[in-house]
Design a protein around this ligand. Structure first.
Ligand code: F6P
Length: 550
């Protein structure tokens, strides 16, 4: 959706002269091909790039010129981005619909950096939880934490969903190379019992530790799986006292944790100013800490922090999160790209696209402004993706020759953690080749010159001019992963600030939850009591069919 030309001047986003200027400029340049831009400017590849905190960003293959970038920077300034960044780091309640501060950046600030919010220094509490996490993780890793029957822990299962799952599973997969191989790590999230059953079927309860992660400790999926885990454990070990050796919780809700039966001393807390999708560096990262140990975990936090500082202080033309955010806005709101593909050329980043999906789509999937006014512009592109090269043999056909414009982010590392013959070279050759093919394509004249039968020419033409950025780092490490995640976190913030939406609430998940609770009761109630007909005819028919067939 592009912005209607009739946007009222009063509109705080599309009514801005800076927004209008960008629309006008976009009209002028959107017909230009990347081939022309590169032909006109031999230095484009180097000039449209920036690097910081070990990451190199090449955005020269975006359909953008210097003037568009300058206008975007002006728009960001006019939108108050600078003030909003300051407000976030300061601890203002910028999550206005929940009246909460947004301080995930405080979680990774080095010890001894005071952060006083409402007269209260948050740092000592943050560091105290981190120290407890470190001690506990060390106990589990060293085999000193014993299960109820005296056996050391060999399996760690994280139970959680959304931000209480995607961060832990993404980080574990990403950092598996650095993990304690003598411990199995598994992640259960879905309320579908198959998730729990498959995760536990070959495990010994006496050697299994559950980390129940839930900010609210009210989430149906997580509590259902936690109850299943408790039953599985108590049944096998024959005593409910076993829970205390096999369960820990990560939650802000101390009361609910205790009610569930988890020892209050085995709760790792965090705070309402940490959003679920921004919680990886809170105690939600406990499974990651157990997996990789204290020093690499500190390096992960340091990577996050270095990117936080870069975001806060670097000049915007060289500021990676600002650039990524502005390019995202350009593609989505001016070039009308509806989706953004995340294409990591690293098997360890298997779950990174799914992680970014929650981060970006829960944050930016809003249709009212901070003041509750309906927006008249696109928000929240659809994020999706797969690690390369698998995607190449699946959906890249559409990226190259389909009718839709898909913006792509390629992510790669110059050194492999698992060198195997020349395979890393092939992996990276594919990354570079794909971005080149997307940008430059292959014209009909080139195809014809290859002696292609004329009837086949249209089928073999690649239009090119498909925008992409490439992010490169030397190697995947805790530090580079932390910086990468923080880079995307802040790029979301940049987009949210300019679009004037709240990227820290998620009211859109509530209705489905409420309806599911009501329907769950109707699925189990006797036919004469279940108020099925109160639903619309489609939902009622589905419920009846389910009751008949189950
Ligand atoms: O339903 C969405 C959501 O609220 C996410 O924002 C959150 O990460 C997830 O559920 C899990 O919530 P909790 O950690 O409270 O169980």
């Amino acid at each position: 959706m592009t912005t209607p030309a009739s946007a009222t001047p009063a509109n705080p986003v599309t009514g801005r002269p800076e927004w209008r200027a960008l629309q006008d400029h976009c009209e002028q340049i959107k017909g230009r091909h990347l081939r022309e831009w590169f032909a006109d400017d031999a230095g484009r590849g180097e000039r449209f790039s920036a690097s910081a905190v070990g990451w190199y960003l090449d955005y020269s293959k975006q359909r953008i010129d210097q003037h568009a970038l300058d206008l975007l920077l002006v728009l960001a300034r006019a939108s108050g981005l600078e003030q909003r960044i300051a407000a976030m780091f300061r601890g203002d309640a910028i999550n206005t619909t929940e009246n909460r501060a947004v301080l995930h950046t405080a979680l990774r600030a080095p010890a001894g950096t005071p952060l006083v919010v409402a007269g209260h220094d948050l740092t000592p509490e943050i560091q105290a939880v981190l120290s407890r996490m470190q001690r506990f993780a060390e106990c589990v890793r060293s085999g000193r934490w014993l299960g109820y029957t005296g056996k050391p822990i060999r399996n760690v299962i994280n139970i959680g969903i959304g931000g209480s799952d995607l961060g832990p599973v993404m980080a574990y997969q990403a950092l598996r190379h650095f993990s304690a191989r003598e411990i199995n790590f598994r992640f259960v999230s879905n309320v579908d019992g198959s998730d729990f059953i498959e995760a536990t079927r070959d495990l010994d309860p006496a050697e299994t530790l559950f980390i129940v992660c839930s900010k609210t400790f009210t989430t149906i999926e997580t509590l259902s799986n936690a109850r299943a885990a408790r039953d599985w454990c108590v049944q096998a070990l024959g005593d409910s006292a076993a829970v205390s050796r096999h369960f820990v919780a990560v939650s802000t809700n101390a009361e609910a944790v205790t009610q569930f039966g988890i020892d209050p001393d085995h709760r790792f807390g965090f705070w309402d100013w940490v959003g679920g999708r921004y919680s990886l560096t809170s105690a939600i990262g406990l499974s990651t800490l157990i997996a990789i140990g204290a020093e690499p975990f500190a390096a992960l936090l340091a990577g996050f922090h270095a990117m936080d500082e870069h975001f806060r202080s670097a000049a915007w033309p060289q500021n990676l999160p600002v650039l990524i955010g502005l390019i995202g806005l350009w593609n989505s709101n001016f070039l009308a790209a509806e989706t953004q593909a995340i294409l990591p050329y690293d098997q360890y980043l298997l779950r990174f696209p799914a992680y970014l999906q929650q981060l970006t789509m829960e944050s930016l999937g809003k249709s009212v402004t901070l003041d509750g006014q309906p927006v008249n512009y696109a928000t929240g592109p659809i994020y999706w993706g797969e690690p390369g090269t698998n995607g190449q043999h699946s959906f890249y056909q559409l990226l190259h020759q389909g009718t839709r414009l898909v913006a792509c982010d390629f992510i790669g590392f110059c050194r492999s953690l698992n060198p195997l013959g020349d395979q890393h070279q092939w992996l990276m050759a594919n990354l570079f080749a794909q971005s080149e093919a997307l940008a430059f394509g292959k014209s009909a004249a080139q195809v014809l010159a290859e002696a292609t039968p004329p009837a086949l020419v249209p089928h073999r033409v690649f239009p090119g001019n498909r925008p992409s950025s490439t992010l490169l780092a030397e190697a995947l490490s805790p530090q580079s992963l932390g910086a990468l995640v923080a880079m995307y976190e802040h790029s979301v913030f940049v987009q949210g600030a300019i679009l004037n939406i709240n990227c820290f609430d998620q009211w859109g998940v509530e209705l489905g939850k409420a309806l599911a609770s009501r329907i769950a009761a109707e699925l189990s109630a006797p036919a004469e009591v279940a108020a099925i007909d109160a639903h619309d005819s489609s939902t009622a028919a589905l419920i009846r069919r389910y009751r008949q067939w189950r």
